[in-house]
Design a protein around this ligand. Structure first.
Ligand code: ARG
Length: 588
């Protein structure tokens, strides 16, 4: 038997072949291998029941025939797994310690795991649309979720073999630029020589002034509208100002991204699509999807409860395109130019209607036009709440700037690290604090089911106990120190390792082998917290093992197999944390 990344695939293959050989019709027999409740084994095949029901057969007899055919065809190796029929006709599989040993010898490094997982989404081209802040505004706490969830999903997709384009769909076009440019000119604000550190905050203030002026008098409103029209018509001066706005904004965004280790492949903001919207109007009209309503162009979805009446506005009555038009144009661009099979929109749940309407519109439009409909998912998420249970704000009631939040995370964790480990040098403290602080912010976010709101708490996220980044990073550093103290390389081959024997050894090897199924679950649901929970549990199982089973013992085979478990726990913990976007430490 070849050892595959996900042992479930192995069982799946064997069962499909066995079904064929037993004369069960392949189309109607779907084995469906699931990770089982550990009391019943590691995996469960539960396709027998629906098949037997349809075929009017006795499920236990079908299961027996299936297993007999698998055994006769040498498809299952009893040295590697045990099986039994349970209940009305489930087949339970348990991997033997021998199997675990072979798997752990086969998947040694992060790269091995990646190439093992790499067949899952091979040939898929995915665009991940995330972070996507608006220019001339500082990134605030609201952007953290999209940024860290989007980055994590991008890493997971590419780990599973997909070709991923990280796309930052910045908000860099719209009526607000009329107000902003008006205020910039009025104040004589010199953007080009402005301090990039403070420029965006100043732009935010200028925008507010422009906005107030617009409301204040019709005269100013006219001037502002004229500035916008000039920009839309490519006026040199206004274009230059607009370019500088994008430039300083990007500088401040990118400062945050580089701290977080994030690199976008493309930054195609709303402005990029402004000359691509005419085709959208034409196509939607041609397919009969759009209609005129009070001078505007809208799309209704008569079959939908709400969207039968609530229009999807794609062209305003003044002829201008909007958020919806640019999103429609970007779907087309991603399909045609980037050859995307799928796109994920990591955007907060308040935009749920927008994305539902977008997806419905694209589905109908593409179907009528004879195009392949791409996978489109709104990866939505809830809000970040302050201690009072309301969306988090500063004392003054403003939004919490992301830049300040990250700085505070690092300085708070520096204080903790210094206290915990006074022997570290100042440089080491700074490095550990950076990794722990930024990791804590990220992990606190990712470890929550993304669709719920979560409570932002420094105390909790920086704690060394519970499901937190410091706890997991510490677990990793502790395993490194086991090897350091023993003077053994983590990358040793541990050839003399024998089959796992103690309960703790077996529990740990079983948990390690659940990593592939965990990756599959996370990918199916696009929910990073599943991976966090797994890593947290793995750290716990490791701890029980380490407390109960002495690793550095005289018997060479026992020592080798325990060191092997330590080494692979390390690899899987680090791989998992890196997928979440965290850096890991050798010591802390
Ligand atoms: N800039 C938007 C906002 O701040 C988010 C854009 C999300 N992406 C998209 N393709 N609509 O709300």
């Amino acid at each position: 038997m070849e050892i595959l990344f996900n042992p479930a695939d192995l069982i799946d293959r064997a069962m499909r072949k066995a079904a064929l050989e037993a004369g069960l019709s392949a189309e109607s027999f779907d084995p469906v291998v699931r990770p089982a409740d550990p009391r019943f084994g590691d995996y469960q095949v539960n396709g027998v029941l629906p098949y037997a029901k349809k075929a009017g057969k006795n499920p236990r007899e079908v299961a027996t025939a299936l297993l007999e055919s698998a055994v006769a065809g040498n498809l299952l190796d009893p040295a590697l797994m045990e099986w039994s029929i349970a209940g009305p006709g489930f087949i339970n599989f348990t991997l033997t310690p021998r199997f675990s040993l072979q798997w752990l010898h086969r998947f040694v490094s992060e790269d091995d795991l990646k190439s093992g997982a790499g067949s899952r989404l091979k040939d898929r081209v995915m665009v991940v649309d995330y972070s996507s802040p608006n220019t001339a505004k500082e990134m605030h706490v609201g952007h953290i979720r999209s940024t860290v969830i989007g980055e994590c999903l991008s890493r997971l997709l590419s780990f599973a073999g997909a070709t991923v384009t990280r796309d930052n769909h910045i908000g860099d076009w719209g009526t607000q630029f009329g107000m902003l440019i008006w205020a910039i000119k009025r104040k004589g604000y010199d953007l080009e020589s402005a301090d990039p550190d403070t420029a965006v905050a100043e732009l935010e203030a200028l925008y507010k002034e422009g906005h107030a002026a617009y409301k204040e008098s019709t005269e100013q409103a006219t001037e502002i509208r004229e500035e916008l029209v000039k920009l839309q018509n490519g006026d040199a001066e206004n274009t230059r100002i607009w370019n500088s706005i994008t430039e300083v904004s990007w500088k401040s965004f990118d400062h945050i991204y580089s701290q977080l280790g994030i690199k976008f492949d493309v930054v195609l903001g709303e402005s990029f699509y402004r000359d691509k919207v005419d085709r959208i109007y034409e196509e939607l009209e041609k397919t009969g999807l759009s209609e005129e309503s009070d001078g505007a162009i809208v799309v209704f979805h008569p079959e939908h409860k709400r969207f039968a009446k609530q229009p999807f506005l794609i062209r305003k009555s003044d002829g201008a395109s909007n958020y919806a038009t640019t999103d429609l144009a970007s779907v087309l661009y991603r399909v045609e130019e980037m050859k995307a099979d799928g796109m994920l929109y990591v955007v907060d749940s308040r935009q749920a209607d927008h994305f539902q309407q977008l997806f419905l519109t694209v589905e109908k439009w593409f179907k009528t036009a004879g195009r392949v409909i791409p996978q489109m998912e709104h990866v939505s998420f809830g809000s970040v709440l302050g201690e009072n249970g309301k969306p988090i704000k500063t004392k003054e009631g403003g939004s919490v700037k992301l830049k300040e939040l990250l700085a505070e995370a690092v300085s708070r964790s520096a204080a903790i690290v210094r206290e915990k480990n006074p022997d570290l040098s100042a440089e080491e403290i700074a490095e550990v604090a950076r990794v722990v602080g930024l990791g804590a912010i990220r992990y606190a976010d990712l470890s929550q089911n993304r669709t719920s709101d979560y409570l932002f708490s420094w105390e909790k996220m920086l704690g060394f106990e519970g499901n937190t980044a410091p706890y997991l990073l510490y677990a990793v550093a502790r395993i490194h120190s086991i090897f350091r103290k023993a003077g053994i390389e983590e990358s040793a081959t541990f050839e003399s390792a024998t089959d796992f024997q103690t309960n703790e050894e077996r529990a740990l090897s079983r948990k390690l082998l659940a990593f592939p199924s965990t990756i599959d679950l996370v990918l199916a649901d696009l929910r990073p917290h599943i991976l966090c929970t797994y890593l947290f549990e793995l750290a716990g199982v490791f701890s029980s093992f380490y407390n109960a089973n002495k690793v550095i013992v005289e018997e060479e085979d026992v020592r080798a197999r325990r060191l092997l478990l330590c080494a692979r726990t390390l690899t899987i913990m680090e791989t998992g944390l890196h997928l979440l976007g965290l850096e890991t430490l050798q010591r802390m």
